[in-house]
Design a binder for this molecule. Structure first.
Ligand code: BMA
Length: 331
C-alpha cells in the first residue's frame, strides 16, 4: 500500500504545524472551526473567514488574521458575521462554507456562502470592504444549492457565479451570469460528476474559487465517494476557457489530494478535506490552500500553480467536463 502511494506525485504538501487552527484557539466558546475562506488583504496579511459551529449545531463566520498565513493568528473576539434570521429567514440554521473573491470593479470583497434555512441550503452573497461591516445581497441561488464562488471579473460583460445545484440523486457544477450580482441567469453546466466506479462519481462540487491562469480558469473541485463506512471527500483538477468558463479544456483523471492525516481521518465528520480558500504568494505561483479537516479543524497545504497545470497536461482524462458520457457511449 505504502509503495503504491509513493508512485503518485504529491502536488499539495501538508504544513508540519497542521492543524493550524482549532476551536481551542478561539477567544469565545466554539465547538469546531473549519472550511475557511481565504484572501490576502492590501497589506499582505492573510485573512481567513472561518466557519465556526456552536453547540446548537449552527454556524457563523469569524475572521482570523496572520502576517505569514501560518501562525500568530489574531482572531476576532466575537463573531464577525452572524446569521440574520429575522431579516433573512434562509439563514435560520446558520451560514456555512464561505468563499471570498476580491472584485476590482467594485473595489470590494464578495463573500459567497451557504445560507441554511427551512428550505435547505441555498447560495447567498454579501459584500464587504474591511471584514467589519457587510452588505447582504440576498439569495443568488435558491435551495438546494451550495459550493459556490464568484469569478473576480466579468466574463462576456457579466459577473459569473460557479455553484452546485442538487439534481435528484446527483450533483454537478454549473455557472450562471449576472449584470448586477443580484439577477442571475444564462445557467450553463460546467462539470459533470462521473458515473460508476470513478472517485468523483455522482456528486462533485467547487472547492475554493477558480484560479485565473494564462492557460484558463483552474478549478480545484471535490468528488464525494459514498462508501459503506460513510463519504470520502477528495480533490481533483479541471481547467476551463477564460472567455467561456462553461467550456472545460482539460479534466484530470485521478484525485490529487484526499484525507490521509489523522486530523483529516478523525473528527466530527471523518475523511473530509474541504478547502474553501487559498492565497497566492508574491511570485504568483505559490498556492496556500486552507481547508477544513474532518469538519473539526483548519489545515494548510501548499503547492505550485505551475505544477498543478503541468500535472493536468500530463494526466488529462478523455472527457471534457461531460463526466464519462463518452466512455458509456462507446460501450
Ligand atoms: C458538505 C458541506 C461541508 C462539509 C462536508 C462534509 O456537504 O456541507 O460543509 O464539510 O459536507 O461534511
Amino acid at each position: 500500500m505504502k509503495s503504491l502511494r509513493r508512485r503518485y506525485e504529491t502536488l499539495l504538501h501538508r504544513h508540519p504545524s497542521n492543524p493550524i487552527l482549532t476551536a481551542a484557539d478561539w477567544p469565545y466558546p466554539a465547538h469546531t472551526v473549519f472550511n475557511p475562506a481565504a484572501t490576502r488583504l492590501g497589506d499582505g496579511t492573510t485573512l481567513l473567514l472561518c466557519r465556526v459551529e456552536d453547540r446548537r449545531g449552527h454556524s457563523h463566520f469569524c475572521a482570523a488574521r496572520s502576517v505569514n498565513g501560518i501562525d500568530g493568528w489574531i482572531i476576532d473576539s466575537k463573531p464577525t458575521l452572524e446569521p440574520a434570521p429575522e431579516s433573512c429567514p434562509e439563514e435560520l440554521w446558520g451560514i456555512e462554507d464561505p468563499r471570498i473573491t476580491f472584485v476590482e470593479e467594485i473595489d470590494r470583497y464578495v463573500i459567497v456562502y451557504t445560507a441554511f434555512g427551512k428550505s435547505g441550503p441555498g447560495v447567498a452573497l454579501a459584500v464587504t470592504e474591511d471584514f467589519h461591516s457587510f452588505e447582504r445581497l440576498g439569495l443568488a441561488m435558491q435551495p438546494d444549492n451550495k459550493d459556490a464562488a464568484l469569478l473576480p471579473r466579468r466574463v462576456g460583460g457579466n459577473f459569473a457565479l460557479v455553484h452546485r445545484p442538487m439534481e435528484g440523486d446527483g450533483a454537478h457544477i454549473w455557472v450562471s451570469f449576472s449584470p448586477d450580482l443580484r439577477n442571475w441567469g444564462g445557467h450553463k453546466l460546467m462539470l459533470k460528476a462521473r458515473r460508476g466506479g470513478w472517485w468523483d462519481a455522482n456528486k462533485v462540487g467547487l472547492s475554493p474559487p477558480l484560479i485565473e491562469t494564462p492557460d484558463g480558469w483552474l478549478m480545484i473541485y471535490h468528488g464525494v465517494r459514498r462508501t459503506g463506512a460513510g463519504c470520502l471527500y477528495r480533490l481533483g483538477l479541471a481547467l476551463f476557457s477564460l472567455d467561456q468558463p462553461e467550456h472545460c479544456i482539460t479534466r484530470g483523471e485521478s484525485w490529487i489530494f484526499g484525507p490521509e492525516a489523522p486530523y483529516e481521518r478523525e473528527g466530527d465528520v471523518a475523511n473530509v478535506a474541504f478547502p474553501c480558500g487559498y492565497t497566492i504568494g508574491d511570485d504568483g505561483d505559490l498556492l496556500s490552500l486552507y481547508y477544513g479537516a474532518a469538519d473539526t479543524s483548519i489545515a494548510l497545504a501548499t503547492g505550485r500553480i505551475s505544477s498543478l497545470l503541468r500535472w493536468l497536461r500530463e494526466n488529462r482524462g478523455r472527457d471534457n467536463g461531460r463526466g464519462n458520457d463518452q466512455e458509456e457511449e462507446e460501450e
